[in-house]
Every structure is written in C-alpha cells, then in structure tokens.
Design a protein around this ligand. Structure first.
Ligand code: HEC
Length: 215
C-alpha cells in the first residue's frame, strides 16, 4: 500500500503546535505589556522632576512649576511641558509631602462633590460641562484676567467657590459649598492633572472649549 502524503494544513499536530506557540507568545506579550504599562503610569518622584526625568505622571511637586501645552511635531499632538519654577499660592517650594497632601485634599473634594457627574477627567465622567483634564491650561483664565485676582490659582479657587458669580457660559456650574481649603486642593489637583501626558487628549484642547459650552 503506498503511503499517502498528508498536507501540513490538514495535519492536527500542526494546528496543535501552532495553538501552543500562539498562546505562549500572547502570554509573554501580555506580561511584558502589563509591566510596561505599570512603569508608564507610575507617578514620578520629586527627584525625577529635579533631574529633568520626564514621566507621564509627574510628581505632585509639579505644582511648583509652570506648565504649558505645546505642539510636538514628532508626536503630532500637544504635550504638557514642565517649565521653570513658578509660585503656587505664594510658594514655589511645596515639598513632596505637602504637595501630596494638597492633591489628596483635591481628590477627596473631587469625589465628595461628584464633579464627574457633570465633567469628564482623563476620559471618565459626564458630558454636561467642559473636560477638566487640562482645565488648568484653559486660555480662558488668562483671557478673563484671572477673574480679577492676582494669580490664576486664586482666580480658579474663587470660581470654584462661587461659580455662578464668575460664570463664563449660559450653562452654569452650581455653587457646591466648596471651602477655601478644598478649593486650594482642587486647584492643585487640576494643575497636576494638566501636567499628565495623555497622548494629546483631549484633542484640540483650547480651540474647542467654545464648542463644548455652546450657548
Ligand atoms: C451640576 C454640574 C456641575 C458639577 C457637579 C460641577 N461642575 Fe464644574 N462646571 C459646570 C458647568 C456647566 C461649567 C461651565 C460653566 C462656566 O464655566 O461658567 C463648569 C465649569 C467648571 C470649570 C471651568 C472649566 C473651564 O476650563 O472652562 C472648572 C475648573 C470646574 N467646573 C471644576 C469643577 C470641579 C472641581 C467640580 C467638583 C468640585 C465641579 N466643577 C462640579 C458644571 C458642574
């Protein structure tokens, strides 16, 4: 009896082996991606910031620095750029511990007052009010002369405590009973959020804020 030649494509062993290799490769890839993501989203330290080490999520001490949003031709979108020292509520020497505490206060306030019931931040939340991811960098604060306050942080803090008085749009933010201390924490939280490298999200920020708040 002559031996029949079996095509490799109909051979069970070929498919079994392929399945094992593909599963093994995917598993390795997943493990590698998990570790890569963890390292990408790990918050940088004050030391990193001092040494000019760029992290996607910089240390809370980034509040001691000027933050701008600049077009990166290489990446094809805007990226936050951490600049020289700048005062934040009268100081530019907030320690890592102090800055962390301010941010914690801000995060607690953000959750307690349910800001994402109306706003989005880092992709989470509702679409009633503007995205807050880069709210610190919104050119409207400069255009509105910091609402008559000497600094941007004081202007935003005043807005948060009394949003109807400083309303910029016909769709208004209600007064949420935010204390001056909470407002300070919230502004620190927003300033830190604006320094996070979000791959250019939200897109065309600063050019479409008018559309979001269309009257
Ligand atoms: C009930 C809905 C609602 C809630 C809750 C709310 N906001 Fe607002 N917020 C708005 C609306 C509407 C606007 C736009 C009105 C304006 O700018 O006058 C706004 C504007 C803002 C702005 C200005 C954004 C920009 O770039 O123009 C900031 C900052 C802000 N809110 C922060 C917060 C924070 C922080 C919280 C939680 C403590 C919060 N909001 C809770 C509705 C809300």
């Amino acid at each position: 009896m002559s031996k029949r030649t079996v095509s490799v494509w109909t051979d069970n062993r070929f498919w079994r082996r392929s399945a094992a290799w593909v599963t093994g490769f995917s598993l390795m890839l997943l493990i590698w991606l998990t570790f890569d993501s963890i390292s990408q989203i790990t918050m940088g330290s004050a030391e990193d910031l001092k040494n000019g080490v760029t992290k996607r999520i910089p240390s809370p001490t980034v509040i001691n620095h000027k933050i701008t949003y600049e077009m990166s031709d290489k990446r094809g979108h805007e990226v936050p750029v951490i600049g020289e020292k700048e005062q934040f509520f009268g100081r530019d020497d907030w320690s890592e511990e102090e800055a962390n505490e301010l941010l914690r206060l801000g995060k607690l306030g953000f959750q307690a007052k349910n800001c994402i019931n109306c706003h989005t931040i880092l992709g989470n939340g509702a679409y009633y009010a503007p995205d807050l991811t880069k709210a610190w960098l919104d050119p409207k604060w400069d255009n509105m002369g910091f609402l008559g306050y000497p600094t941007k942080e004081e202007g935003i803090a005043a807005f948060l405590q009394d949003p109807t008085t400083y309303a910029a749009h016909s769709r208004k933010m209600p007064k949420l009973g935010i204390t001056p201390e909470e407002a300070k924490g919230l502004v620190a939280f927003l300033k830190h959020a604006s320094s996070i490298d979000t791959n250019g999200f939200p897109r065309n920020f600063g050019k479409i804020t008018g559309a979001v708040n269309a009257k």
